[in-house]
Design a protein around this ligand. Structure first.
Ligand SMILES: *Cc1c(COP(=O)(O)O)cnc(C)c1O
Length: 373
């Protein structure tokens, strides 16, 4: 151990402001357009829609609000049920709960950690209205399976693609396949606006409803006439200015993540007890977070590994707790969600961000490899 020289603090995530961010923000300040009106919102939405190849992109204040808006656009409310993976970030569940609908939790696959479509059928009732697949940590979901399951049971599909900007399913970008999809631009996401989110869809009606609910429910043809109870979920021009600058460098940002994953795969290969991320034949992984499992034969448990890495200044994150394990979302079929519990207890997100250097990755791998020396 003493042979390993510290490399200072290595955070788990950090934004990369590489291009026109400052110039565009200054432009907002110089022009006085700092609120939720302005050219950068229009440009960011248009460029985001163009990047994905979708008809509508609606910028909003965060990814959770984006999810809430998609559910409102579909008319989801009390009495409805929405199926989501138990292994996800809490925002997916919260957005469903905000509508008054019931959150129904599904188990995940042991290899991709995404919702297991093979286990969904028993969860469908005549009240089920939608399912929300979540491409977790950047590995796309099997969207052909999900879309055909949904059409068989007449369900809407919302993709919570917060972690999967730039990931592809059989060549198609995540966020382009479901009825509606959402992204988050929180500070640790692949593209950041500080706080921010986006709803995308090819459906004109859904897009209109998202804009309606986002802007307090004001009738677009009758100012100060509110036809529904809406929300203020708008993005500011300053956030959009940062987003536009980030989007100009999206290929650079994604390429770096691919390189990081390749290096981790190389350096971590062959360490007994470590499970490296799986990439299915249909998947282009965006590696929002390079993530591994610590199996029993590694000789230390997940929390001990995190503490060890922390000793060397390496910040990591544990996997999300499955939703059904928390009292707020406990459900009656807990014992059916074993895979989620298993991977949640073994998983670690390793540092994944633009400024991470090859030598950092080598160092992290050395700590994991020589832990006992
Ligand atoms: C980040 C994230 C969100 C949205 O988060 P916000 O902080 O509200 O932007 C939603 N779902 C998942 C899976 C996420 O990782």
């Amino acid at each position: 151990m003493s042979a390993l020289m510290s490399r200072g603090r290595i955070p788990v995530a950090a934004p990369a402001l590489l291009g026109n961010e400052k110039r565009y923000v200054n432009d907002c300040l110089d022009s006085n357009w700092i609120s939720s009106n302005g050219e950068y919102i229009k440009r960011f939405e248009a460029e985001f829609a163009r990047y994905l190849g979708v008809k509508h992109a609606i910028a909003c204040c965060n990814g959770t609000a984006a999810l809430h808006l998609t559910l409102l656009a579909l008319g989801v409310g009390p009495g409805d049920e929405v199926i989501i993976p138990s292994f996800t970030f809490v925002a997916t569940a919260n957005a469903v709960h905000y509508t008054g609908a019931t959150v129904v939790l599904a188990d995940c696959e042991h290899d991709t950690w995404n919702m297991d479509v093979g286990k969904l059928e028993s969860l469908v009732t005549h009240n089920t209205k939608a399912i929300i697949p979540v491409p977790i940590y950047g590995h796309p979901c099997d969207m052909d399976l999900i879309m055909s399951f949904a059409s068989k049971f007449n369900l809407y599909v919302i993709e919570d693609a917060a972690e999967a900007l730039g990931a592809r399913y059989n060549g198609l970008l995540c966020g382009t396949i479901a009825d509606l999809s959402t992204f988050s631009f929180y500070g640790n996401k692949t593209l950041t606006t500080g706080e921010g989110g986006m709803v995308v869809t090819n459906n004109d009606d859904f897009a209109g409803k998202v804009r309606l609910y986002q802007g307090q429910g004001m009738d677009p043809s009758n100012r100060y006439w509110f036809s529904v109870i809406g929300y203020n979920y708008r993005m500011t021009n300053i956030e959009a200015a940062i987003g536009l600058a980030q989007l100009e460098n999206i290929d650079t940002l994604l390429d770096k993540r691919k390189t990081i994953a390749k290096l981790y795969n190389e350096y971590l290969l062959g360490i007994p007890g470590l499970v490296l991320p799986v990439v299915k034949e249909y998947a282009l992984h965006s590696y929002w977070m390079y993530s591994i499992l610590i199996e029993n034969d590694y000789g230390m448990d997940r929390n001990e590994v995190m503490a060890l890495l922390e000793e060397y200044g390496i910040e990591t994150r544990p996997f999300f707790y499955p939703m059904h394990c928390m009292p707020i979302y406990t459900c009656a079929y807990n014992n059916m969600l074993r895979v989620s519990e298993d991977i949640a207890s073994k998983g670690i997100n390793l540092p994944t961000y633009f400024a991470l250097e090859q030598a950092d990755i080598e160092f992290i791998a050395d700590v994991l490899r020589y832990r006992k020396s």
